[in-house]
Ligand binder design. Structure first.
Ligand code: HEM
Length: 345
């Protein structure tokens, strides 16, 4: 059978060859022993051989590949359903970015464990990690109906959680971050131990210069450098802390549904004072008390190498958005392999 298709392929290739190599209107298939082909003029030969080659290619396709092609998932439709969630309630966008980041940020490059590839954020055991407080009843639940809708067509949780991050960045007016599909969900054994996400306290009472080491320990473990750490932290222009989740309170910026460089400008230009309350130690802006910074945020001002990028992004929003896009795309694909770059927007 294979030999048959191969000879058909050779026959069709030899019929087309003269068209490429000369301007002749007719061709002489002197080598062809087939009198039927020889009796046809050029356009008839092309049609005949072309249709045989197409039919051969069609029948030679393995059945599974044809079936998979039929079921090919429309990621633009999935993205549009995620976008609808955010359009209906823009405050959901930042929480979707947080779930995308937390489902990827468990990665360790040394043993290639964790990361977004196994979609393990769907397990209560991972949702129970300290850093993931609040995600089970919010982002994870909001995405569940979308997973159910596309599960039969093969949508994995790993793809869903990461796609929701890039969709929410776009809905916040940010860049279209390149995204790849093809993560395959892994069993609960792939859940990594608690403690891999950064700690917002990073010091006994507020930010301390030595806390920069904590951020480096966590993000270097994933394979990021100082510039990328600061670029990623700029996501805190979005959203807010919830007393019902992390225990902290308030937004970082007055425009929490727009991705801009406000995190860096406000951090550098406002005076930050400890918030007086019974909750965990955090900062608020001195003039209004309405904006907040975590101790781990202000570490970026206290470390020379981080500060350099805080200043750069504060004075150049385009640079921030471009670096953020690169670093976020890298974050979402940590530990994955064999993914397919996918148009989703
Ligand atoms: C640098 C270390 C980081 C620490 C210590 C940290 C900590 C936190 C905490 C405590 C919250 C509040 C959660 C709540 O109460 O709902 C939060 C929210 C958030 N984080 Fe981070 N984060 C860090 C890095 C990042 C990164 C790298 C990203 C994304 C690239 C990110 C994106 C967000 C977003 C968008 C929110 C708002 C969520 C919402 O409004 O529901 N964070 N983060």
């Amino acid at each position: 059978m294979k030999v048959f298709f191969f000879s058909l392929f050779l026959a069709s290739a030899s019929a087309f060859q003269p068209l490429v190599s000369s301007q002749r209107k007719t061709i002489h298939l002197a080598q062809s022993s087939d009198p039927i082909i020889e009796s046809l003029d050029l356009s008839e030969r092309r049609k005949f051989l072309g249709s045989i080659a197409t039919a051969a290619a069609f029948f030679a396709l393995p059945l599974e590949a044809a079936q998979a092609r039929g079921k090919k998932l429309d990621y633009k439709a999935v993205a549009s359903d995620i976008a609808s969630l955010v359009k209906a309630d823009p405050d959901k966008g930042p929480t979707l970015i947080r779930v995308a980041w937390h489902s990827s940020g468990s990665y360790a490059k040394d043993d290639n464990s964790g990361g977004s590839r196994g979609g393990t954020m769907r397990f209560p055991s991972e949702q129970a990690h300290g850093g993931n407080a609040g995600l089970a009843s919010t982002a994870v639940s909001w995405l569940e109906p979308i997973h159910s809708k596309y599960a039969k067509q093969g949508l994995s949780y790993g793809d869903l959680y990461t796609l929701s991050g890039v969709v929410a960045v776009k809905e916040a007016g940010g860049p279209i971050v390149p995204w790849s599909s093809g993560r395959i969900d892994e069993p609960e054994e792939a859940v990594t131990p608690d403690g891999r996400l950064p700690n917002a306290e990073t010091g006994p009472k507020g930010a301390d210069p030595s806390d920069a080491q904590h951020l480096r320990d966590v993000f270097y473990r994933m394979g990021f450098d100082d510039r990328e750490i600061v670029a990623l932290s700029g996501a805190h222009a979005l959203g807010r802390c919830h007393t019902t989740a992390s225990g902290y309170d308030g937004p970082w910026s007055p425009t929490p549904t727009t991705l801009n460089n406000a995190y860096f400008t406000l951090m550098s230009n406002l005076k930050w004072v400890p918030k007086e309350w019974d909750g965990p130690f955090q900062y608020v802006d001195a003039p209004t008390g309405k904006l907040m910074m975590l101790p781990s945020d202000l570490v970026l001002l206290q470390d020379e190498s981080f500060l350099k990028w805080v200043k750069a992004y504060g004075s150049d929003e385009k640079l921030f958005l471009s670096d953020f896009s690169d670093a976020f795309a890298k974050l979402l694909s940590l530990g994955t392999s064999g993914l397919t770059p996918t148009e989703w927007a």
